[in-house]
Design a protein around this ligand. Structure first.
Ligand code: UT7
Length: 332
């Protein structure tokens, strides 16, 4: 039997228009551009301002963009996996709502939560379906309305996050392209340092939980930083080593965009020059599962068929991991 690989064949995205700048944030909390730029590296983030709209609104728009660019027919799509930490609601799945809004009627659709590693976890899941020949035109949509779970009175978190959605099409190929190797991890010991306490089955919503701001992201930044910086660098260097890749073999590092210092540490550990690292954190902040595919989307025209890419992420859980991809196409 012919061996199938799973390869990304198109990308799409949706970015809300509104730009929340460091200047505006410094009128809301005690912060400033200098602190944010030196400690994190963010200038502005996009915020979804449309009344009554959430993750599915942005996700469906990212799929519309993907379909317009790729020419794939909505009827052919047979899998929609949605990675998000900001679902429209607990039920139904945001994937089901997105498929409806995007007029996709013949696909298996479900959500996953890998937090900031959501794109890597989602690509692993989608690729398993595609490699077995079970699904032929799969979409991984990463959509995050982080502004809905961000406390804009907490300066330690509100400067970090932004809203965005992305979509990638994954198809089978018999060429030596696509997802070559992955090394993904979860260890729940980290769950206390990055979490949302209320709104779930343990602590359902109440007036009290709302008054205490327990529906927002809580992060002990220093602790998370400590683990993020070592885990992301270790796992990225590890995947290079086990695939016998030297720095010169790698076209791009595509890192999760949580903090420029974490990205720099990962690139240094891999021995990669700055100009081989995709960085757009300054424009969008941390959009959780959407950061890595947003880089792929923005750099698409500079990517060539056969380019070796290393993806790396770290997030709540803790979750972390790295992937080795051979890019599948040249963009005309
Ligand atoms: O994507 C999911 C995974 N998440 C991450 O990877 C994030 C990992 N953590 C980080 O990136 C960093 O820890 C942060 C960017 C969140 C914070 O940077 P830091 O260098 O670790 O700062 P810190 O928490 O140690 O705070 C240093 C000081 C504190 O003041 P004192 O106690 O030294 O007086 C904070 O109160 O900076 C203060 N501070 C701020 N000052 C101005 C914290 N936030 C701000 C702010 N503006 N926005």
């Amino acid at each position: 039997m012919t061996k199938l690989n799973a390869v990304i064949t198109a990308t799409g995205a949706y970015l809300p228009d509104y730009r929340l700048t460091n200047e505006e944030l410094s009128t809301m909390v005690d912060t400033n551009d200098e602190w944010i730029m030196t400690r994190v590296g963010i200038k502005e983030r996009r915020i979804l301002k449309e009344e009554g709209e959430g993750a599915s609104f942005m996700g469906a728009k990212a799929i519309d963009d993907l379909i317009r660019k790729s020419g794939v027919s909505r009827d052919e799509i047979d899998l929609v996996v949605c990675a998000t930490v900001t679902p429209d609601a607990p039920i139904p799945s945001t994937a089901a709502i997105i498929a409806d809004k995007a007029d996709i009627r013949h696909a298996l659709a479900f959500d996953i939560n890998g937090a900031c590693s959501g794109f890597l976890f989602g690509l692993e899941v989608v690729s398993q379906f595609v490699r077995t020949g079970c699904k032929k035109k799969a979409i991984l949509v990463c959509t995050e309305k982080m502004s809905a779970i961000t406390d804009y009175t907490d300066r330690t978190t509100c400067v970090l996050f932004g809203d965005a959605a992305t979509a990638v099409l994954v198809e089978p190929t018999t060429e030596d392209l696509g997802l070559i190797d992955s090394d993904l991890h979860t260890d729940g010991f980290g769950r206390h340092w990055l979490k949302i306490e209320a709104g779930g089955s343990v602590l359902p919503s109440s007036h009290e939980t709302v008054d205490q701001h327990k529906h927002f992201v809580y992060q002990e930044g220093k602790q998370v930083f400590k683990y993020a910086v070592t885990s992301m660098a270790d796992v990225a260097a590890g995947i290079m080593e086990r695939n016998h890749l030297q720095a010169d073999d790698i076209a791009w590092l595509v890192p999760h965009q949580a903090n420029l210092r974490i990205i720099d540490a990962t690139a240094n550990r891999m021995g990669l020059a700055h100009d081989k690292v995709m960085i757009n954190i300054q424009n969008y902040g941390n959009t959780t599962s959407a950061t890595i595919p947003l880089c792929l989307y923005e750099w698409e025209k500079q990517l060539h068929k056969g380019d070796n890419l290393i993806l790396a992420a770290f997030g709540a859980g803790f979750t972390w991991g790295s992937m080795y991809l051979k890019w599948g196409y040249d963009t005309k």
